[in-house]
Ligand binder design. Structure first.
Ligand SMILES: [Zn+2]
Length: 444
């Protein structure tokens, strides 16, 4: 940790959470607060939700102690959320302030619906208001390159939340034309910006006087809403010449989950609203700090639709060493991938989009890529890289990185059961905002 500056500011989430839980010792008062809120959540869920009445019938809420007691509570997952839908809801129809419908990434095709009350939205606003203090203050203007501009959507919530902290929001929406977004940065005198990782890389890769002017104005960039490859953050940092922060969250968490601090060693989480655990994806056993497993969370203050031991499918671990910023909150390290979703290369193992992300985003010039595996007598992996500035050297680097940087690909190619083709396009791909994945085609 010797490379870290010595004058790091402690995450502002410590003071926020301490203000909620009270007490002299944050960790101890937080555990007592979480235990109380967990019991309240279990009791309310059993009383008001048809799904939880059955699901939690063997759980005696008053006897649950943290941390060990969590093991006695059954998990919930995305498939149940899609199939049971409104049976999770604990409030009457007129107490619902906002509904988000998410298309399912599973095979069932059933969309997931998340319901929020006004108080649920308020908790998220409060998190955004305090979380943004990590990187911006009342002299700042933040350009929000996220969807959800209508009332209650993520962009609109973030705008309202950060304005409480004195940060002026500019609701921009997704980046469609880089030049237009750069002009907005300059016109609005934005000093920070938040967006999807791939979109931010595309923006920061622009080469023009306008891009230079706009990027020089930014002192902080936040990436969120998708898997964040480490090499992408490093390139973004170099291209923008400024601090790059990461936010971790999903709609199920009430959109906000956690944000890293000046030490950039992992996410500090909104622990007064969400109780996080890491579990073994196979056995479901809770894992100690330092061990990698599936991220599971329980909402502690959610009124409309509490989620109890909800399996995210994300893989990460809690840092065993705490954070150099001095925060007493836990440090969830950057998400390392997903428990499911990789594609099999037979005996050679699996590959996933995150494996490809880690090697391809490390190559200067590659601002995005698409991958598809064509199954047949011989498997064929096609990777199309977006190289907007005709950097042909990047193409051979990408080819080498796929063979040398991903062991399963290297082995399958050497055994003659996989061929790899790397192509280039100059135009950026249309941005859907959906989780990226390796497409699989089966030859007839
Ligand atoms: Zn920290």
């Amino acid at each position: 940790m010797s490379h870290l500056p010595t004058n790091l500011h402690k995450s502002p989430l410590d003071a926020w959470i301490n203000g909620i839980t009270g007490g002299d010792c944050l960790r101890q008062s937080l555990q007592e607060y979480q235990t109380l809120k967990l019991r309240e959540t279990l009791i309310r869920a059993k009383k008001n939700s048809p799904f939880y009445r059955e699901h939690l019938k063997d759980v005696d809420a008053q006897r649950i102690e943290l941390p060990g007691g969590l093991q006695r509570i059954p998990f919930t997952n995305a498939a149940e959320l899609a199939s049971e839908q409104g049976r999770f809801v604990c409030v009457s129809q007129d107490a619902i302030a906002h509904i988000v419908t998410l298309t399912s990434s599973g095979t069932s095709g059933e969309p997931k619906r998340l319901y929020f009350s006004a108080a649920d939205q308020e908790r998220t606003l409060d998190f955004f208001a305090h979380g943004v203090a990590t990187l911006a203050g009342n002299a700042d203007t933040m350009l929000i390159a996220l969807p959800g501009q209508r009332q209650g959507g993520v962009g609109s919530l973030l705008a309202e939340g950060i304005s409480r902290a004195g940060v002026r929001p500019v609701l921009h929406g997704l980046i469609e034309r880089a030049e237009e977004t750069l002009q907005t940065v300059v016109r609005e005198k934005a000093t920070c910006m938040i967006g999807f990782p791939v979109q931010m890389l595309w923006l920061a890769s622009q080469r023009s006087a306008l891009a230079e002017e706009a990027l020089t104005m930014l002192h902080s960039v936040v990436v969120c809403s998708d898997y964040v490859p480490g090499p992408l953050v490093q390139r973004l940092q170099a291209l923008c010449g400024c601090e790059v922060y990461e936010h971790y969250g999903m709609t199920e968490m009430g959109m906000g989950g956690g944000v890293d601090c000046e030490a950039h060693c992992g996410y500090h989480l909104r622990e007064a609203d969400l109780l996080f655990e890491i579990v073994d994806p196979e056995s479901g056993r809770t894992l100690p700090d330092g061990e990698t497993g599936e991220v599971v969370f329980t909402t502690l203050t959610r009124e409309a639709m509490p989620l109890i031991r909800y399996r995210t499918g994300d893989l990460s671990r809690f840092s065993a060493n705490g954070c150099p910023c001095g925060s007493e909150l836990r440090n969830l390290e950057r998400i390392q991938g997903r428990t499911k979703g990789g594609v099999s290369l037979g005996e050679e193992g699996k590959i996933s989009i995150t494996d490809l992300d880690e090697v391809l985003f490390a190559i200067p010039g590659v601002v995005d890529f698409k991958a598809r595996l064509v199954r047949g007598a011989n498997e064929h992996l096609e990777v199309t890289c977006c190289l907007p500035f005709g950097d042909t050297h990047a193409l051979s680097q990408a080819n080498a990185a796929l063979h040398d940087g991903i062991p399963a690909i290297g082995r399958a190619v050497r055994r003659g059961c996989l061929s790899v083709e790397v192509m280039a396009v100059s135009q950026p791909f249309a941005f859907s905002g959906e989780k990226r994945k390796i497409e699989v085609l089966t030859e007839l």
